[in-house]
Design a protein around this ligand. Structure first.
Ligand code: URA
Length: 233
């Protein structure tokens, strides 16, 4: 939309692969892809959850395996369950528009959910489900190694801000208070900035949320630009 395209794969945030030759970069991408595939198979075999009985597919994740921005949604909806891919329905269309507002496409980011299987009738995730599913999400984050973790809605925001601890989620405020406020976090040696965002589905039933989401996406773009400046210095 008249915005300059930000290509993360051309080094805006991507420090290590940028120093590598083309074949080393290909190996690096391939190794992330390989690790993600092993994790996907482990979820199929090891995740013990009643949701598996009522769903069609595991909804693992999609996007660039070396993305420097990772989005975390809540849980798959009906379309996602049928296709086995996150954010392919109405919320996904809104997310695509917001990405294009800041010059990004799905090829620049990676997207996964708190829950890997759809809860019946899109009900809210239970604490027990979050406990069972999120160890796999944490592994996914460690493979992707994002520099920015954008959390979509209350569940992913609370989980990440509670340091990936389900019990701690109840102490974290709601998204209407937290959205757009950037927080630095780390797991193991991986440091990243958390950008809490409203869930894009929220603007479908409350149109005023679109303005907040657009403002917060533009705020996220400013972190990308700051990191590019840091890299130049
Ligand atoms: N909403 C989510 O949180 N995740 C999806 O994959 C789709 C809709």
């Amino acid at each position: 939309m008249g915005e300059k395209q930000i290509r993360l794969d051309e080094g805006v945030l991507d420090e290590t692969p940028n120093n590598l030759s083309k074949s080393e970069k290909d190996n690096y991408n391939e190794s992330s892809n390989h690790k993600l595939e092993l994790l996907r198979k482990r979820i199929l075999n090891e995740l013990d959850c009643p949701l598996k009985v009522t769903t069609h597919n595991l909804v693992f994740g999609k996007g660039n395996p070396c993305a420097k921005i990772m989005f975390i949604g809540e849980a798959p909806g009906e379309n996602e369950d049928l296709q086995g891919i996150p954010f392919v329905g109405a919320a996904g269309k809104q997310l695509d528009k917001l990405l294009s507002l800041i010059g990004l496409t799905l090829d620049d980011v990676y997207i996964a959910n708190i829950l890997k299987y759809r809860p019946p009738n899109n009900r809210d995730p239970t604490n027990e489900e979050i406990e069972r599913h999120t160890p796999f999400l944490v592994e996914q984050i460690k493979i992707i190694k994002p520099r920015i973790v954008a959390t979509l809605g209350n569940y992913s925001t609370k989980f990440v801000l509670a340091n990936f601890n389900v019990e701690g989620m109840k102490k974290i405020g709601g998204i209407s208070f937290l959205h757009g406020k950037h927080v630095e976090k780390e797991i193991d040696d991986l440091k990243f900035v958390v950008v809490p965002l409203y869930h894009p589905a929220a603007m479908l039933y409350k149109p005023s949320i679109r303005t907040d989401l657009e403002t917060d996406f533009l705020g996220m773009k400013s972190i990308i630009e700051d990191k590019r400046e840091e890299k130049k210095e």
